[in-house]
Design a protein around this ligand. Structure first.
Ligand code: ACG
Length: 457
């Protein structure tokens, strides 16, 4: 399986309003087939007031800019007819401050008041998120509520069984509509505030119990249809924490993979790659999901600026165990620098044409990083024989011919400064991978490697 993350608004527009939509995605099936993608992760498609969609107003309705629920269903049908699965992004940790539950809670109405977390006198209301300077408590109309992702996204109170029940109903609704599974947003944040101590603290045990319950429910629903559920968790943390969630959910984004290869290639030594492969790609009871990047970070091409080096990244990705994911446009070399206060630069419209104009082209915002005729369009990439896109297509073909990689693991890792060698195996199949991340010739285990060469034996 090869996954592909799509930011809907930016991908493909079917009705000429410049905004990517469900029909546009359905119209892009030929492209997905060409690059070998058979699993799509859509960023949130629900009714929401924001451009990113992670703050939801109605879990049972779609964002009308993308289409209706029926359009969504039609898109799933088209994808399925073409052998492509669909997982939806599900932010269950919080809702929009415009969600009817929160509005009712602010009016003091039961039962909704108990759907949210309110400040107690002994809480530290000046506490900031541990990874940046954002406050987690927000005051409005004399009430102070918890929202780890900002005042416009109040956290739901999962100590209330009614909220847990509601979340299961959401899962049931979308599975019954035909989605194949979920990307569970902010999975470690469901229980992340210690009410007793009045401070921020991840409760990984409680979180994992909750995700077990969710997976049990999702599994039951799918089993009744004779199908499996595919879920992947977003836990941006060190590998040992990720492991705990991945065991419950079955698949987890491997942030360390993305970070380690980027860092290694920037600094010119393979040590991080080796550490990462040892810690995250050994034999596991789940599938790691290695990925090129996502909408929360700098784009791959803005960090690894040389195309030859990005080809090494893709080679490592496509020969690694688990379920690889490509962030839309990384296969073209789209660029973009992430800024937590202005995330739009990493979600620019997907460039189908060199001129950025033509059938299907989204253009909901002005572009800064991926302007016309700068080489990162499908059209330009397809017209060049040695392009990154062509290389990605070759690796996809390889991956399809080696489906065993999904359940494989890495062992016997050796390395020099710029090179590493390791075995990928599932117990029956296997290959040894030799990697040179430098721009000069190297040798490892008696094997000569050209600059930026990845050799499989
Ligand atoms: C998800 C989505 C994101 C979305 C939300 C909220 C959650 O992908 O688009 O925001 O629905 C944290 C959360 C993640 C969250 C990101 C944005 N992503 O945990 O769930 O923020 C550290 C922390 C992480 C933190 C990360 C952020 O530990 O928890 O992620 O920093 O940079 C090593 C360490 C690791 C460390 C990293 C980076 O890997 O091991 O611990 O991570 O280095 O330093 C959306 C919008 C937002 C909006 C929000 C409401 O995109 O703009 O505000 O919705």
């Amino acid at each position: 399986m090869i996954g592909y993350e799509i930011f809907i608004r930016s991908f493909a527009d079917s009705n000429e309003d410049g905004i990517g939509d469900f029909k546009g995605i359905a119209n892009s099936v030929e492209y997905f087939k060409r690059i070998g993608v058979d699993l799509i992760w859509l960023t949130p498609h629900f009714k929401s007031p924001s451009y990113h969609g992670y703050d939801i107003i109605d879990y049972f309705d779609t964002n009308s800019s993308f289409g209706t629920v029926q359009d969504f269903k039609n898109m799933i049908d088209t994808l399925h007819e073409n052998g492509i699965k669909l997982v939806i992004d599900l932010p269950l940790n919080h809702v929009s401050d415009r969600h009817p539950w929160f509005k009712a809670a602010m009016r003091g109405e039961k039962p909704y008041e108990d759907y949210f977390l309110w400040a107690q006198p002994y809480f530290n209301l000046k506490e900031k998120r541990h990874w940046d300077e954002e406050l987690i408590w927000h005051e409005r109309n004399g009430k102070t509520y918890y929202g780890v992702f900002g005042g416009s996204s109040p956290d739901l109170n999962y100590d209330n069984p009614e909220v847990v029940q509601k979340s299961l109903e959401i899962i049931e609704f979308w599975l019954n509509l035909g989605v194949d599974g979920f990307r569970f947003d902010a999975a470690k944040h469901v229980y992340d505030y210690d009410i007793k101590e009045g401070r921020f603290r991840y409760d990984h045990d409680k979180n994992v119990n909750y995700w077990n319950l969710v997976m049990e429910k999702a599994g039951e629903i799918k089993k009744a249809k004779g199908e499996d559920v595919f879920a992947v968790t977003e836990v941006w943390d060190n590998p040992e924490v990720v492991d705990r969630y991945a065991n419950a959910i079955g698949c987890s984004f491997n942030f360390y993979f993305t970070e380690a290869i980027r860092e290694s290639m920037q600094h010119g030594g393979v040590y991080k790659i080796v550490d990462c492969f040892q810690r995250t790609l050994g034999r596991k009871s789940y599938k790691p999901s290695n990925f090129t990047g996502n909408h929360d970070m700098n784009r791959l091409a803005s960090i690894i600026t040389k195309e030859d080096e990005r080809k090494v990244f893709f080679a490592l990705l496509m020969t690694s165990p688990g379920v690889p994911f490509i962030y839309y446009g990384d296969e073209l070399g789209m660029r973009g620098v992430y800024d937590s206060t202005f995330t739009e630069d990493v979600i620019e419209p997907f460039p189908w044409y060199a001129s950025l104009s033509g059938e299907g082209q989204a253009f909901w915002k002005a572009v800064r990083f991926n302007r016309a005729f700068t080489g990162a369009s499908v059209e330009e990439q397809l017209s060049r024989d040695d392009s990154l896109l062509k290389e990605v297509v070759n690796w996809s073909t390889f991956r399809k011919a080696n489906e065993w990689l999904t359940d494989a693991w890495v062992e016997n890792i050796t390395h020099n400064t710029f090179t590493t060698a390791y075995t990928v195996t599932d117990g029956s199949n296997g290959m040894r991978v030799y990697v040179n991340i430098s721009g000069h010739g190297e040798m490892i285990e008696g094997i000569n490697l050209k600059p930026y060469e990845v050799k499989l034996l």
